[in-house]
Design a protein around this ligand. Structure first.
Ligand code: C2E
Ligand code: MG
Ligand code: MG
Length: 615
C-alpha cells in the first residue's frame, strides 16, 4: 500500500534542544494554568462523555481531553483507554502529542505518526499504538492553550475537513466546561472584594512553588500592610475604603512579575508569593518595587487624589520550608516593621532555631561596645565629575568574639530594639569626629563625615547637643557633620526628632535623606523637612542601565532636587558605566564599591590626604 502523504498541516518544526518541555513551559501559560486551578482539582465527569462523543463521531478507538502540565499531561476525559493508563490518566510530556498542539497553539493533524519527523521517535507510537493523530488545542480567553481534545487511530488515516470541524466544536465545548469549572474553583479561592487570590490560594501557591524549586532557589513571600488604613476607614467610611483597597490592588498588580502570585490576605494586607528568588537582596528589590508603585503617584478614588504607603514584611524559604509558615512569618515581619517604624523587615529564617540565635546575638551585642568589638569604617563620597573626595560616610562594623562578624542590617535593628544603639551611636559620633579632626589637622579644611542616625537616637532629648559637644571638643564646627536619616524616620518623626534636627541644622549640620526611593518618596515633604541632600537608593542605580523606568526616576529625582536646591548622592555605584550615566544625567556625587569601599580611619585619612577634597 502507498504510504499516505505527509501531513501538510504540520509546520516544519525542529525539536528545540530543551525538548517539548521547554516549548510548552513558558511562564504565561503556566500562570494561566494555575489560575484555572484545575491541576489539583480533579476532572469534571462531563469530559469523559465528551471524549466518548468524539470517539463515536469520528469512529476512532481513542479520544482524549487533556491538560498539558509542566511535566506531565493529564487526561481529564478519555474514551477507549484501558488498564493501567486509564487508571493513571497521566503521561510524561515526551510521550504525548497534545503537547505539540499546545506548543503551536493550533490544530495538529498527523495522518501517520511514524513518518512525521516531529513525533516519529515518540514511544507512545509503539506503546499505545498512536499511528494517526488529530488534536485541537483548548484555547483559554487569554490565548494560552491549556491542553487539547484529540482523536487517535491505530492505523494511518487522512483526517477529513468534516472530522476536523467536529473536533473544533467539541474542543470549544471542552473549553467552556473548563472555564465554568475554573469559575467555581475561583470563587472559593478568591477574595470577593478584589477578585484576587485569597489566603488559602496564596498558601497553596506557595506550597506548589516550594515543591518545584530548583537548586539554590527560594520562594519569597511579601506581605504589604497599608499604613494608617484605620484612619482612611474612619475618615471615608467602609464603602469608600473598599474602593481604596480595590485601587491599591490594581496598583500592586503592576509590581508583580508574571511568575508571582498576588492576592489579598485579609483587610488591608496584601501578599505576593514569588518563586525563583536567589537571595534576600532580590526579595528586597521586589519590596522596593512595591513601595515605588504605591508612591509613584497618588491613587484616584472617586476623583479624589489619595496618597498611600505600605509597610512590608518578607519571609524567604527553600525546599524544606512550609507554605503556611512562610506566609505567617511574612505577616509577622510586617507587624514588626510597623512596630519599629521601618518600611520593610525580613523575617528571620527557621524560627525555633532562630529564637535561640537571636537571644545569643542580643547578649553578645550588649557587651560588644564594652569589649571594643564595634568599629567604625568610612566610605568615601565622591564628586563624579572630578573624581575627588567630597566626604565620608561612617558605617558601623561588628565582629563579635562569640558569633563572628554580623552585618549592620542585622545588628542595627536589634540594637534599636535593645537600645544598645545609643551606646553604639555615641561611639560612632566620636569616631567620626576623630576622623574629621585628623583630616582638618592635616588639610587645614573641614571635611564632612556623615553619620547614620536611628529614630531611637533622634527621639531622645539631648541628641543634637551630644553631637555638637563631640565635634566641638575636637575644635570642629557643624560643617564637619552630616546626619543621614531614612524616609520612614522622617515621616514618623515627632516633636523631639524635629527639635533635634532643627538644633543640628543651627549648628551647621547637613541633613541627608538616606535610601531615597524605598519609602514614601513623596517629593512634597522634602521641603517641609528641610532636607539638604538626597541619597538615591542603590536599587535604582543597580537597575538603571537595563531598566528605563529606573533611569527615568533618577532623572526626575535630579530635576526635582535641582529645583529645590538640594544636593544628590547616588548610592551603590559599582561600575564605571553607572558612574558615567549618572554624571551625564547631572548627578554630582556618588558612593559605591566602584568608587571606594569602606575603609578604616587610618586608611581614610591617608586616602583623604592623597586626593584632597572638593566642596
Ligand atoms: P546605608 O546608610 O544606606 O549605607 C550604605 C550601605 O551600602 C553600606 O552597607 C555600604 O557598605 C553599602 N554599599 C556601599 N556601596 C555599595 C555598593 O557599591 N554595592 C553594594 N552592594 N553595597 C554598597 P552596610 O555598611 O552594610 O550598612 C547597612 C546599613 O546599616 C546602612 O545603610 C545603615 O542604614 C545601617 N548602618 C550602618 N552603620 C550604622 C550606624 O552607625 N548607625 C545606624 N543607625 N545605622 C547604621
Ligand atoms: Mg547611610
Ligand atoms: Mg543608603
Amino acid at each position: 500500500m502507498e504510504p499516505p502523504q505527509k501531513a501538510h498541516l504540520v509546520p516544519p518544526l525542529k525539536q528545540s534542544p530543551a525538548g517539548i518541555e521547554g516549548r510548552v513551559n513558558d511562564a504565561a501559560r503556566l500562570a494561566a494554568l494555575r489560575d484555572l486551578g484545575l491541576l489539583e482539582s480533579g476532572a469534571p465527569a462531563a469530559l469523559d462523555r465528551l471524549s466518548n462523543l468524539a470517539a463515536r463521531l469520528l469512529r476512532v478507538p481513542i479520544a482524549l481531553v487533556t491538560l498539558v502540565g509542566e511535566r506531565d499531561m493529564i487526561m481529564l476525559g478519555q474514551s477507549g483507554l484501558d488498564g493501567e493508563l486509564a487508571a493513571r490518566r497521566e503521561l510524561p510530556l515526551n510521550r504525548t502529542f497534545c503537547s505539540h498542539a499546545v506548543a503551536m497553539r493550533r490544530t495538529l493533524v498527523i495522518p501517520d505518526t511514524r513518518r512525521e519527523p516531529l513525533v516519529r521517535d515518540n514511544p507512545s507510537i509503539e506503546e499505545h499504538g498512536v499511528v494517526a493523530y488529530a488534536g485541537v488545542p483548548l484555547l483559554l480567553e487569554d490565548g494560552e492553550a491549556a491542553g487539547a481534545l484529540c482523536a487517535i487511530d491505530h492505523d494511518p488515516r487522512e483526517w477529513t475537513a468534516e472530522e476536523l470541524a467536529i473536533l473544533d466544536d467539541l474542543a470549544a465545548t471542552a473549553t467552556e466546561i473548563l472555564n465554568g469549572r475554573a469559575a467555581l474553583i475561583h470563587r472559593g479561592l478568591h477574595d470577593r472584594l478584589t477578585g484576587l487570590p485569597n489566603g488559602e490560594l496564596l498558601v497553596a501557591s506557595c506550597e506548589g512553588f516550594i515543591q518545584d524549586l530548583g537548586k539554590g532557589e527560594n520562594v519569597a513571600v511579601l506581605c504589604a500592610g497599608l499604613d494608617h488604613f484605620d484612619v482612611i476607614n474612619q475618615a471615608f467610611g467602609s464603602e469608600k475604603a473598599d474602593r481604596v483597597l480595590r485601587a491599591v490592588s490594581r496598583r500592586l498588580v503592576a509590581a508583580v512579575r508574571d511568575t508571582d502570585v498576588f492576592g489579598r490576605l485579609r483587610g488591608d494586607v496584601f501578599a505576593m508569593v514569588a518563586p525563583g528568588i536567589e537571595d534576600e537582596s532580590e526579595a528586597l528589590t521586589l519590596a522596593a518595587r512595591v513601595h515605588r508603585v504605591l508612591s509613584d503617584a497618588p491613587l484616584d478614588v472617586d476623583g479624589e487624589q489619595l496618597s498611600v504607603a505600605a509597610t512590608l514584611g518578607i519571609a524567604i524559604g527553600g525546599g524544606e520550608s512550609n507554605g503556611a509558615d512562610l506566609v505567617s512569618d511574612a505577616a509577622n515581619a510586617m507587624r514588626e516593621a510597623k512596630r519599629h517604624q521601618g518600611r520593610v523587615r525580613v523575617a528571620e529564617r527557621g524560627r525555633a532555631e532562630n529564637a535561640a540565635a537571636h537571644l545569643r546575638m542580643r547578649e553578645a551585642l550588649h557587651v560588644a561596645t564594652r569589649r571594643d568589638e564595634i568599629k567604625a569604617v568610612f566610605q568615601p563620597i565622591v564628586a563624579l565629575e572630578s573624581h575627588r573626595l567630597a566626604g565620608y560616610e561612617a558605617l558601623a562594623r561588628w565582629d563579635s568574639a562569640t558569633i563572628g562578624p554580623v552585618p549592620p542590617d542585622e545588628f542595627i535593628p536589634l540594637a534599636e530594639l535593645t537600645f544598645d544603639i545609643i551606646e553604639i551611636g555615641e561611639l560612632m559620633i566620636d569616631r567620626a569626629a576623630a576622623l574629621a579632626a585628623d583630616l582638618y589637622g592635616h588639610l587645614g579644611e573641614e571635611v564632612r563625615v556623615t553619620l547614620n542616625a536611628s529614630p531611637v537616637q533622634l527621639d531622645r532629648p539631648g541628641f543634637a547637643a551630644s553631637v555638637r559637644a563631640a565635634f566641638e571638643s575636637y575644635g570642629l564646627s557643624g560643617r564637619s557633620v552630616g546626619i543621614e536619616i531614612t524616609e520612614g524616620t522622617l515621616l514618623e518623626s515627632g516633636a523631639l526628632e524635629r527639635a533635634n534636627l532643627a538644633e543640628l541644622r543651627e549648628f551647621g549640620v547637613r541633613v541627608l535623606l538616606d535610601d531615597f526611593g524605598t519609602g514614601y518618596s513623596s517629593f512634597g515633604y522634602l521641603r517641609d523637612f528641610q532636607i539638604d541632600t538626597i541619597k538615591i537608593d542603590r536599587s535604582f542605580v543597580d537597575r538603571m542601565l537595563d531598566d528605563r523606568h529606573s533611569a527615568a526616576l533618577i532623572q526626575a529625582i535630579l530635576a526635582m532636587a535641582r529645583g529645590m536646591d538640594m544636593e544628590v548622592v547616588a548610592e551603590g555605584i559599582e561600575t564605571e558605566e553607572q558612574a558615567k550615566l549618572l554624571r551625564l544625567l547631572g548627578c554630582r556625587y556618588g558612593q559605591g564599591f566602584g568608587l571606594g569601599r569602606p575603609v578604616d580611619a587610618r586608611q581614610a585619612l591617608a586616602d583623604g590626604m592623597a586626593s584632597g577634597f572638593t566642596s
